[in-house]
Design a protein around this ligand. Structure first.
Ligand SMILES: CC(=O)SCCNC(=O)CCNC(=O)[C@H](O)C(C)(C)COP(=O)(O)OP(=O)(O)OC[C@H]1O[C@@H](n2cnc3c(N)ncnc32)[C@H](O)[C@@H]1OP(=O)(O)O
Ligand SMILES: CC(=O)C(=O)O
Ligand SMILES: [Mg+2]
Length: 333
């Protein structure tokens, strides 16, 4: 079976096509589960769950007078190392550059011999926030003898950030050439965005739709993952399902969550369904046959198919293969 068209190459009269997707490394982040950094019990529980990524929080899920407790608890956990081979990706959400707390977070969280592989930087409103953060982290990591870059996940959660989005992404990519950070994803911080534009979150989230769509578009233009908004009504799993389906249909690759009960639904709904995979496999096979016969457009299951549809099918197969691949390590797809 030729999943993702791996290795397949065929020639038309004018061009050589490759069904081999661009080779890149991909860490699935379908569900990103927050656990308050000062709550050891929740942290341990989160890390024991079968969830793609745990966000150990120093920011808004932690009271202002508990920031030190959060830093110490997280640092101790990091020092102990993963609890099992199935441990999710460890990430830490530090406080924003503007908060005045970020420097202390960096010195504390990155002080030990074990540092988190992924850092979440909230409230990035302007490129300068990234420059400040990258310089600070770079200085702090000097002498640690690690050439491994820290994955950087950037939060977009204000009107200003939405306006500056392409510039922020460009700066992040440029910084990765000289600083120990690699931008990997954008997070849609819908709740802070609502506060920023002066609205209250509604059930169907229409008030943030423009920003939600813009974020996906820009993330994809810069080859970044797009992680969708939290669903704060965590007891309503039916509305969570609807929001997952909508987010995935907009192009989001994952979702932030706040409670263990949300893990399974989110991780399933940010995975292509079996039906989609069968459709995509059939389409890729039919595409190959028709190309070999010199036909660029053809009919498959009653629909006209040409190159853009092939790419959509490949996306489905790539995402399915990545999420099914072993563990939570980076996987080639
Ligand atoms: C807009 C933003 O910035 S979102 C990010 C910031 N917010 C957060 O981080 C909040 C994270 N979530 C939480 O703190 C909690 O889920 C709350 C406060 C919403 C509800 O907590 P609880 O009242 O304890 O929920 P509940 O009783 O249903 O919990 C059931 C079990 O799941 C555990 N649990 C609940 N939330 C979490 C979590 N986020 N991570 C790990 N475990 C959790 C509880 O400790 C409890 O464990 P137990 O059965 O072993 O005792
Ligand atoms: C998740 C988050 O930080 C927000 O929605 O503001
Ligand atoms: Mg926020």
């Amino acid at each position: 079976m030729n999943i993702c068209g791996q290795g397949s190459r065929f020639t038309s009269a004018r061009r050589t096509f490759s069904l081999l997707p661009l080779v890149r490394y991909y860490t699935p982040r379908r569900a990103v589960l927050y656990a308050p950094g000062d709550d050891s019990k929740k942290l341990h529980k989160a890390l024991s769950l079968n969830v793609d990524c745990v966000a150990m929080d120093c920011e808004d899920g932690v009271a202002v007078n508990r920031k030190d407790a959060a830093r110490t608890t997280i640092t101790k956990l990091l020092a102990k190392g993963p609890v099992s081979t199935q441990t999710p990706e460890w990430s830490v959400r530090i406080n924003s550059v503007d908060s005045g707390l970020c420097a202390d977070d960096i010195s504390s969280i990155f002080s030990g011999s074990v540092v988190p592989p992924t850092v979440l930087l909230p409230k990035v409103d302007v490129s300068e926030h990234l420059v400040w953060f990258a310089n600070k982290l770079s200085t702090h990591l000097k002498g640690k003898n690690s050439d491994k870059k820290i994955n950087l996940i950037i939060y977009i959660e204000s009107a200003k950030a939405i306006l500056n989005l392409p510039a922020i992404c460009r700066t992040a990519k440029e910084l990765s050439a000289s600083k120990p950070v690699e931008p990997v994803a954008l997070v849609f911080g819908s709740d802070d965005l609502c506060a920023s534009i002066g609205v209250t979150r509604s059930e169907d989230a229409t008030e943030v739709m423009y920003a939600r769509q813009k974020l996906v578009l820009v993330a994809k233009a810069f080859h970044l993952q797009a992680i969708d908004m939290v669903h704060i009504n965590f007891k309503d799993l039916e509305s969570l399902k609807k929001q997952c389906q909508l987010g995935a249909s907009l192009g989001y690759t994952g979702k932030q969550i706040i409670h263990p009960s949300q893990v399974q639904i989110v991780q399933e709904l940010f995975l292509p369904s079996e039906k989609q995979v069968i459709w995509a496999q059939g389409l890729v096979a039919a595409f190959q046959e028709h190309q070999a016969a010199g036909k660029g457009a053809f009919v498959y299951q009653g629909h006209m198919i040409d190159m853009p549809l092939l790419r959509q099918a490949q996306n489905i197969l790539q995402m399915s293969a990545a999420a099914k691949s072993s563990g939570h390590d980076s996987t080639k797809y």
